[in-house]
Design a protein around this ligand. Sequence first.
Ligand SMILES: *[C@@H]1O[C@H](CO)[C@@H](O)[C@H](O)[C@H]1NC(C)=O
Ligand SMILES: *[C@@H]1O[C@H](CO)[C@@H](O)[C@H](O)[C@H]1NC(C)=O
Ligand SMILES: *[C@@H]1O[C@H](CO)[C@@H](O)[C@H](O)[C@H]1NC(C)=O
Ligand SMILES: CC(=O)N[C@H]1CO[C@H](CO)[C@@H](O)[C@@H]1O
Length: 406
Amino acid sequence: MGRNKEKYELFISCKLLMIIAGVWSNKIKFSSDYKRKAYKMYSIGGQLYYISCVIPFVIKLYQTITMKDIETLTATLKSVTFITTIIAKMSLCQTEKITKLISSAMEEEKAILCREDTHIKDIYSVHAKYCSAVVKVLVSALYISGITCIAEAFYETHQYFQDFNYLYAINKTLAESLKKPHPVQFWFPFDKDKHYVWAMTYECVHIIQSLIFNGAAQALINTAMIFLQAELKILQHCLTHYDKYYLKNLNIGNISVQTLKIFIIKHQKIIKWVEDFNHSFQYILLLEYSVTSIMLATALIELYQGDNLPFNSLFFMLCSMQLFILAWNANEILIESSSGLMNSLYDSHWYVEEENKTKVLIHIMMMRSLKPLAISIGPFGIMTMNAALSRMKLAYSVLSVMSNTK
Ligand SMILES: *[C@@H]1O[C@H](CO)[C@@H](O)[C@H](O)[C@H]1NC(C)=O
Ligand SMILES: *[C@@H]1O[C@H](CO)[C@@H](O)[C@H](O)[C@H]1NC(C)=O
Ligand SMILES: *[C@@H]1O[C@H](CO)[C@@H](O)[C@H](O)[C@H]1NC(C)=O
Ligand SMILES: CC(=O)N[C@H]1CO[C@H](CO)[C@@H](O)[C@@H]1O
């Protein structure tokens, strides 16, 4: 039974990824106090280590600007924006609001899994499976592109040493003037070509940490949205069959009115959740959305120029996939909360209802669902599939402008 129940849990993969990243601030069961402290140390240490990389980046940025090294500048700027989003996401995952949102969602999940109702459980399990697939696809794409980046760096290093050995025999000064490849443009307090192994280790650890943090944040955003979808779907099912959900042992008032009141409270709770989500994730979504547009455009331009083909094509696919999955899930909430809810209300047996009060309640709920629950992306309006498509068009326009001016 225990194993069977796990299949239905929506938050399980998100929780695992967040615990690995050390950004899980809800309760975790530890067998001892010692382990709890160890985890806390791991969490704080990992994050501080990651955040400390901002300093070498800023120095590097300053250096490239003063040296007017345009080629390194774009690469550095790209990394700086990327790191800024990751740090912002990382800190946001641990704010009190999000922590509360997650814990109330997980309580709700427990309540759903304890219910006898197989219909509701089925709806929830379908969403749980969908969520697990989404997280798996996103995270594996992320890890594959990160690993490609590292593998490419090692391949370039291998090439460098081959070239170096070949040239060294012919012309010593020419061989020493060769630049050593670095996957990430960092500033180091030491000569990074002299202590090459140290520099490479730091750079690779940095890439792996970025992957872990980014994966956890992506999983959290998408899981939260799929949870809201599942809740909306369950509410729709309950509303369509509200006459089957009449509360037993009810002596006070009219039974249909009382039942509908409970569903209205449920609806308000979901609205509150979406509002909280909207409020807390708005800026992350804005950042994600604008950074993804820049990344899409730069990756497309680099692809066009034929740079770093394997990494850039994977990166381009990853960025567009992230954007579309995000937009799709936000779009689903928008549709399910408006026309979906409206249809489910209309499909119920409202027309056989004797009581006027029941009809009034259904009418009021229909009125509320005229206003969809839209997730905002700051000044860019709301997150829909059209918003994602417009980013792709923008990336393509940038590419065509760039290729024409050459
Ligand atoms: C090595 O290459 C440098 C730069 O191309 C050149 O100035 C130098 O004369 C070369 N030395 C030898 C020994 O060929
Ligand atoms: C989300 O936030 C935006 C801006 O703050 C607001 O206009 C919109 O109504 C919010 N959406 C929901 C569902 O609360
Ligand atoms: C319901 O409303 C209609 C029209 O306003 C009215 O004629 C009817 O008597 C009401 N029924 C009850 C049970 O109040
Ligand atoms: C079944 C039931 O309780 N019906 C009551 C619903 O409310 C109206 C008026 O408020 C009563 O007249 C019904 O008896």
